[in-house]
Each structure stands twice: as C-alpha cells, then as structure tokens.
Design a protein around this ligand. Structure first.
Ligand SMILES: Nc1ncnc2c1ncn2[C@@H]1O[C@H](COP(=O)(O)OP(=O)(O)O)[C@@H](O)[C@H]1O
Ligand SMILES: [Mg+2]
Length: 248
C-alpha cells in the first residue's frame, strides 16, 4: 500500500489459499483495503479474479490463511453473514430476479446495514440511477443489460454495505452505458468514500477508478502498485494484462 495506515484495514486477506474442492486456484494471496480505499484487481481470463471475490464472500473453500473484515476474522463465516457485516458483492451474473419488478428487486434484500447505516434507500438509489426510477414497475427480465447492471449495483447499495465488490461490471455493455456506470462508480468511490474492490478487464478504466491495484497471474499476485503508477507502467500492463488495456 502506498500510504501506511495505522488503522485497522477494512478488508484484509493474509496468505490465502483457496479453490474448489481439492483444486487450488489462489495461493499466497495477501491484500488489504483501508476504510474508503479502493483496489483494482486485474489479470487475464481464468487467472482467479472471480475466485478471489468468491473467497472474500465465503463461497469457495478457504484452505489456508485468513480473511478479516473490520478487524474481525471472518474466515469461517457463511456468505450471508459476510453480507450482513457490510460486504456488498455484485456478482458477475447480476442475478436479477426476473419475475420481480425493479422496485421489488431493490426492496427484497434491503437492509439498514452496519457500516453505512441508512445512507441508501429507494429514494437515494433512484437519485443515483434515475433510469431505474423510470423503470421501477418493469420486470427484471424486461431490462437491458445496462439497466440490469445498474439494478444489481443499486440492490447491493440497498444493503448499505461498507465496501462494494464488483466483478466485471462493464462486461458486455454498450459504450454509452459503460461511460455512465464509470461515472457512477467513480462518484461513489471518490465523493462518497465508498470502499471498492473492482475486478475489471479494462485496466485503464479500473486504474482510473481506484487507488491501489493488484495483478493476478495463475492464482498469485504477480504485481502490486498504486493505480496511478501502474497506469503509466506500460511494460507491466503489457506483460500481465496484454491487449485488455485497449479494451475490446
Ligand atoms: N466452480 C469451479 N470449479 C472448479 N474450478 C473452477 C470453478 N470456477 C472457476 N474455476 C477455475 O478457477 C480458475 C480461475 O477462474 P476464475 O476465478 O473464474 O478466473 P477469472 O475470474 O480471473 O476469469 C480457472 O482455472 C477456472 O477454471
Ligand atoms: Mg471472472
């Protein structure tokens, strides 16, 4: 980390080994995100980025090491307890309820939250995403991909998390929606001080939205740097992230 933080990190992984059944996918992974901090997780397809988020959320087999959140060891806690403690995961698949309306999707899992108590409710998420307000009576399966992603983020905000954990939120979306989402994610991180873990194939975008970055290569952290510094380090980006710097 660029700045030494005497405070307890918000999220901390120490020497984590994790995977599926017996298969080790991540090994020796240590990272730390301070309160209000943001971390980009970069790397090519299949290197273990999603597995890292699933490890933080408690969905995969943690074989070694610890996961701490807000100073507590949550290594053994089930996913719903981690969510309740303030970890706000937005899955890559978005997992919108197809047969509920936008508004029902938002209220179904809403919660006052631990960290950010009460900041986010229907009114404030509609302020952030006016499009969702317009679409509030539409069913989940009537939304465009961009609207689904907005809904997935808004629904997680409704749990009033202290950290937002996003898995490739821009994947497959039209450029105009990508621009809008980048602005909203940036506003949350920079203006609201929402802590962020952002998995993103578009390195340039992810580095512009975050303070710190790690690059994963075959399940280990191959490089860690300040985001601004890594943005200028073309050689490292070419080596580990390759063509993804330019986007698709
Ligand atoms: N459910 C699973 N069971 C077994 N192996 C998996 C599973 N999901 C992912 N993997 C493997 O874990 C590795 C990392 O995958 P993943 O974390 O999805 O990578 P990324 O998100 O960086 O594309 C890959 O080799 C993948 O095949
Ligand atoms: Mg993935």
């Amino acid at each position: 980390m660029a700045t030494e933080n005497a405070q307890t990190p918000l999220l901390q992984l120490e020497n984590v080994r994790a995977g599926y059944g017996e298969a080790v996918v991540l090994d020796g992974v240590s990272l730390s995100v301070p309160e209000g901090g943001s971390l980009a997780v970069l790397g090519r397809n299949g290197v273990g980025k999603t597995t890292l988020l699933l490890t933080i959320m408690g969905f995969v087999n943690l074989m070694q090491g610890t996961v701490r959140f807000a100073g507590r060891d949550i290594s053994g806690a089930p996913p719903h307890k981690r969510a309740r403690a303030g970890l706000g995961w937005v899955p890559q698949e978005r997992d919108i309820f197809a047969s509920l309306t936008v508004e029902e999707n938002l209220t179904a899992t809403a919660r006052a939250g631990q960290g950010n108590a009460g900041r986010w409710d229907l009114s404030s998420v509609y302020d952030l995403f006016p499009r969702l307000k317009e679409r509030r009576a539409n069913m989940g399966n009537q939304l465009s991909g961009g609207e689904q992603q907005m809904l997935a983020i808004a629904r997680t905000l409704m749990t009033n998390p202290s950290i937002l954990i996003l898995d490739e939120p821009l994947e497959g979306l039209a450029p105009i929606i990508v621009e809008e989402l980048i602005a909203k994610i940036g506003a949350m991180a920079k203006d609201e001080g929402m802590a962020l873990v952002l998995v993103e194939q578009h390195a340039e975008v992810a580095l512009g939205l975050t303070d710190q970055a790690i690059v994963i290569e075959r399940g280990v952290i191959a490089h860690a740097a300040g985001s601004a510094e890594l943005l200028k380090d073309q050689a490292t980006l070419d080596r580990y992230v390759g063509l993804n710097l330019e986007g698709e």
